[in-house]
Ligand binder design. Structure first.
Ligand SMILES: Cc1cc2nc3c(=O)[nH]c(=O)nc-3n(C[C@H](O)[C@H](O)[C@H](O)COP(=O)(O)OP(=O)(O)OC[C@H]3O[C@@H](n4cnc5c(N)ncnc54)[C@H](O)[C@@H]3O)c2cc1C
Length: 270
């Protein structure tokens, strides 16, 4: 059984309750080449301990069965020794309660194949990029930004990120630093429960869709984002993605398909 747990947790950062960053290093094998935006598979056996923060296991807990799930990679492909993941706890879930119980040094299954179409391959050069996510939907963007953020004079990169609370805004310091060093990089976090903040929140409240409707992207870029000059990436909660696609279609943006390229690219987490 242990042979299948082919990787080791080397780093665990608790961002907030129910939100962790995990670094995982292959044990005795090399990571393949991969691209920012892609995902890998993590897994643990049903026998693995669940975090106390989760609901008790209800069903489907065969101790010998490997539970596997897809996770976008947050680290840069330049980093050859580990993969970084940004994971939210689903309290009733099967894998995340077990991932949350892992400590540095613990063994975990890491799929040797890294795959996915949610990359910048279909974004032609010369476009502004709007990266919209909810919660851990930020992970693929962190990889893209860490690997490929170029500070253009005219082209803009805008990150719109939704979370419940300010303390759930992972990677905030890194994104603020990017914004400080690059005048054409803009980071707009938005929280949906401002009344639960410990200290009054002076930033944006609501949902990421509201940020688009409030014209923040246009204001930061200095001109209206159009299908001719902008590509939009959407990642995370399916309801957010569907809502944004509807809004964007009204403005002339089209969803990319295998046959027809478009300016909207989406990755739903469930
Ligand atoms: C391509 C891809 C990339 C992904 N990348 C990430 C990532 O970077 N970080 C991450 O935390 N998750 C990511 N996910 C989701 C992940 O694969 C799992 O579905 C999630 O961790 C829940 O697993 P679980 O076994 O604990 O829950 P399960 O027992 O599989 O239960 C899942 C159910 O929980 C509910 N749910 C509530 N919140 C979420 C949520 N955030 N994600 C999924 N289901 C949720 C849904 O109703 C879903 O049907 C990704 C999914 C896909 C398809």
């Amino acid at each position: 059984m242990a042979a299948e747990l082919n990787a080791i947790v080397t780093h665990r950062i608790e961002v907030a309750s129910g939100l962790i960053i995990l670094r995982v290093t292959p044990d005795g094998w090399e990571l393949p080449e991969w691209e920012s935006g892609q995902f890998a598979v993590l897994g643990l056996f049903g026998s693995a301990e669940r975090t106390m923060l989760s609901d008790p296991a209800s069903k489907d807990n065969d101790p010998t069965k490997l539970i596997r799930r897809a996770y976008s990679i947050a680290s840069s492909p330049d980093e050859k020794s580990y993969l970084e993941f940004y994971v939210t706890l689903v309290q009733s879930g099967r894998l995340t309660p077990r991932l949350f119980a892992l400590k540095p040094g613990a063994r975990v299954f890491l799929g040797k194949k890294i795959t996915g179409m949610f990359t910048l391959d279909d974004v032609p050069e010369g476009n502004n990029l709007v990266l919209i996510g909810t919660g851990t939907g930020l992970a693929p963007y962190m990889s893209m930004l860490r690997n490929k953020l170029e500070c253009h004079i005219e082209l803009h990169t805008v990150v719109l990120l939704g979370a419940r609370h300010s303390w759930d805004l992972g990677y905030r310091g890194e994104l603020i630093a990017m914004q400080r060093y690059c005048p054409t990089f803009h980071y707009f976090p938005v929280i949906s429960r401002p009344n639960e903040e410990i200290v009054k929140w002076s930033g944006q409240s609501g949902y990421v869709q509201d940020l688009w409707d409030r014209g923040l992207v246009e204001a930061s870029m200095g001109s209206k984002p159009t299908p001719e000059n902008t590509h939009v990436l959407l990642c995370g909660n399916p309801a957010m993605i569907e809502g944004m696609i509807e809004n964007l279609k009204v403005e002339g943006f089209a969803e990319g398909t295998r046959k027809e390229p478009g300016q909207i690219h989406a990755e739903k987490y469930w």
